[in-house]
Design a protein around this ligand. Structure first.
Ligand SMILES: [Zn+2]
Length: 442
């Protein structure tokens, strides 16, 4: 989705670092993070453990110390002395899932009488607090990490830091700040086109500075909007040229950051891949040469098929017309078909929901489309575990249940390797970093 919509909350233009610090400090005072993590070693007993590396351990026991996994052992192996035993033998463990495309700070008050895109502006601090509900709904789906691709006023950084440092309950967040987008005339009076701000760039020479501004603000990832297309707008007109995308990719990589580029259309998609982006978001109708290039380079494709299902299904809330809903549906069909072709061509796919507003809690429905297009449930799980961890540069920390990894684990009822709906609908218990964050076992 395009950043310009999010900027309805820009208005107050708070000095973000200041308000960020004040939120973190205020929460830390009442809710020390250490309380959330038990000191005692835990032995989590499961019906089976699907570890994310392709291995399944029947009646596996996961040993957790602090926020990390010590090992996965069999049912007959001796437990550590004084371990707290947690009986989860009705459930199968899978690695905590990773949603590669969210907008966690897009909050909608459904009682406000407005539709989500036309809410009155609110102070950024309030947006951060309200976004906690999106974070909680996300955890309930077994998602313990997200790549959050675009927010205003660095509310994403404030939310991330409040979770990491102040004990707010939510997934690990890898955030992008302002997505880079082309500023297009007509400009408001007194617009200074000689410098970039808030991710808006007026010409190619400003792109490295726009990237640096995000990095200086403290982002983990860079996002660029390489085409039109957002909400009910399913046009995919390229907004940055190949050279401009290349300038963004080079600037990001020079600063040690990875970059995701949004393109609804195939021309932008082709240029995103050639420019060397780490992932391509959304695109439809990718040609065979582009798909072959993606497979060769290892560019991750995050098709976000399900978010147009969401918009269409919730068209009344969004006040979309029947024609707009039909356009969303037909885009989704082409998106699905492109993802099917990509998978056949050997392209790695990633699970990204593009969740906004009331879609949190439906983050993993994308996996259903992936199985429908030909993946096994295990292959679908990889899109939300190992492949996703890899594109974050976190493949030794998250995405597997293995020694030294963060203790991010979801317990599901049923066999996730024979029915992906078990993952989508039957998450009963979630641990993140050694702390139980969801418990529906009783
Ligand atoms: Zn998005």
């Amino acid at each position: 989705m395009l950043d310009c919509r999010a900027s309805s909350n820009d208005v107050l233009g708070m000095r973000s670092s200041l308000f960020r610090a004040s939120i973190v400090a205020a929460i830390a005072a009442v809710f020390p993070a250490a309380q959330l993590i038990g000191q005692q070693v835990k032995a989590l007993k499961f019906r089976s453990v699907v570890d994310g590396s392709g291995k399944t351990v029947a009646q596996g026991v996961v040993i957790v110390d602090g926020d990390k996994i010590v090992r996965v052992q069999g049912p007959k192996d001796a437990l550590p002395a004084n371990a707290q035993v947690v009986d989860l033998t009705r459930y199968t463990a899978i690695p905590g899932l990773i949603d590669l495309h969210t907008h966690m700070t897009y909050y909608w008050d459904s009682t406000s009488g407005t539709d989500p895109w036309r809410q009155p502006a609110r102070p950024p601090e309030q947006t951060v607090r309200l976004a906690r509900i999106n974070a909680l709904h996300t955890l309930e789906t077994g998602v313990t990490s997200v790549r959050d691709l675009g927010a205003s006023n660095y509310t994403d950084i404030a939310l991330r830091d409040s979770i990491n440092k102040a004990g707010w309950v939510g997934p690990r967040m890898f955030v992008a700040g302002y997505g880079l987008q082309r500023a297009r005339p007509p400009y408001r009076p007194n617009t200074d086109t000689t410098r970039t701000a808030r991710g808006r760039v007026f010409n190619i020479s400003q792109i490295p500075e726009a990237v640096k501004q995000q990095v200086d603000a403290g982002v983990d990832y860079i996002k660029m909007y390489g085409s039109t297309g957002s909400g009910a707008d399913v046009t995919g007109n390229e907004t940055f040229t190949f050279e401009e995308m290349k300038a963004a990719v080079d600037a990001a990589h020079q600063l040690g950051k990875r970059i995701a580029i949004h393109s609804y259309g195939p021309e932008g998609g082709r240029d995103v891949v050639r420019a060397g982006a780490n992932s391509l978001e959304h695109a439809i109708d990718l040609d065979d040469a582009t798909l072959a290039e993606m497979a060769r380079r290892g560019t991750l494709y995050v098709p976000t098929i399900d978010h147009n299902r969401y918009y269409s299904e919730y068209r009344v809330d969004f006040k979309y017309t029947p024609e707009q809903a039909a356009a969303l549906d037909s885009f989704r069909l082409r998106n699905f078909e492109t993802a099917r072709k990509a998978f056949k061509a050997g392209v790695k796919l990633g699970m990204g929901s593009d969740a906004v507003f009331t879609m949190f809690g439906q983050n993993t429905r994308e996996l259903g489309w992936f199985v429908k297009l030909g993946m096994t449930p295990a292959q679908a799980l990889a899109t939300a575990t190992t492949y996703a961890a890899d594109v974050l540069g976190m493949s030794k920390q998250i995405g597997q249940i293995a020694p030294g990894y963060f203790a991010d684990i979801a317990a599901v009822e049923g066999d996730p390797l024979t029915d992906i709906n078990v993952v989508i609908n039957n998450v009963r218990w979630v641990m993140k970093g050694g702390a139980v964050v969801v418990d529906k076992t009783r």
